[in-house]
Write a protein that binds this ligand. Structure first.
Ligand code: LHQ
Length: 261
């Protein structure tokens, strides 16, 4: 098993920690495969009810490992192949997972690292963290869904300036623009992320997955289509064990004990 991603499951929360700190957790093929395996496990394992993604050391992720991309060794590379093989499947795995994914951005998130962070469902960032759409510095286009996510979350004007200029965005500004959920003092980041993870991992997982599905579908739907989708998803949610438990707990004036089903 690769040590490029540390994997730990406890109390329903699967922790995935990018672990190439000397390279600011930039992606080589091995780390890609290890992270993909982690998210695949989240899909397949019923004991996983939420995921927490973070980085070890002082950075979250600096995107692709450029040490592997020396143009003196590789002329006219096919980067589309790298995207198709690694980044696109990863983003699809995160978005299609019917369980919540928290990202704790513990330090700089650059290039694909920034866009993988904002592909997650709830993003917390350490106050010292920075987001950098570094792609244009090396003549590339934002990938990992960044052109879609940024335009939707912060609007085209900010998305264009951010990606064309490749200026660093502070965590505070990212939060005030609605790119992420919340900024947390550095020393508190992992405590807050863990607390959030535990809360979600003991929640009504089936229903939470449906909420994620509904919100993601809204981008391509009219209001009418979305109303129909909400009806269909609510029908399914209403037949879940957790709905029955939630209502019973309310009536009994006690905390619910959700099973995730
Ligand atoms: C790195 C990296 C890195 C290797 C820091 N690679 N070593 C898709 C398809 C295929 C190919 C291309 O890319 C893509 C998608 C992308 O992600 S494109 C964007 C790629 N990423 C970047 O351009 C970011 C490059 N890194 C930086 O600009 C800086 O390192 C940032 C601003 C992230 C952090 O700066 P500092 O805090 O000053 O740290 P540092 O630069 O000193 O880095 C620390 C070490 O990490 C250093 O190694 P060293 O041995 O000198 O201590 C860096 O070489 C290494 N490192 N990023 N992407």
């Amino acid at each position: 098993m690769s040590d490029t991603v540390k994997v730990a499951l406890a109390d329903g929360l699967l922790r995935l920690t990018l672990n190439r700190p000397d390279k600011l957790n930039s992606f080589n093929d091995e780390m890609h495969l290890a992270l993909r395996a982690g998210f695949q496990r989240a899909h397949d394992d019923n004991d996983v009810r939420a995921v927490l993604l973070t980085g070890s050391g002082r950075g979250f992720c600096a995107g692709q490992d450029l040490g592997d991309r020396d143009p003196r060794k590789e002329t006219r590379p096919d980067l589309g192949r790298t995207i198709e093989t690694f980044y696109n499947p990863l983003v699809r795995l995160i978005r299609s997972l019917d369980k919540p994914v928290i990202c704790a951005v513990n330090g700089v998130a650059a290039g694909a690292g920034a866009n993988i962070a904002i592909a997650c469902d709830i993003v917390l960032a350490a106050r010292s963290a920075k987001f950098i759409q570094a792609f244009s510095k090396i003549g590339l286009v934002p990938d990992s869904g960044g052109t879609w996510t940024l335009a939707r979350l912060i609007g085209e004007a900010r998305a264009k300036a951010l990606t064309l200029l490749a200026e660093q965005l502070t965590a505070e500004t990212a939060a005030s623009w609605g790119l992420i959920w919340r900024v947390v003092d550095d020393a508190e980041l992992m405590n807050e992320a863990e607390a959030l993870g535990k809360k979600l991992a003991t929640g009504p997982t089936f229903g939470l997955g449906l909420i994620k599905q509904a919100l993601q579908a809204s981008a391509g739907n009219t209001l009418d289509q979305q109303l129909d989708l909400e009806r269909d998803l609510q029908r399914r949610a209403g037949q879940s064990a957790d709905y029955a438990e939630g209502v019973l707990a309310f009536l009994d004036k006690r905390q619910p004990a959700f099973s995730g089903r």
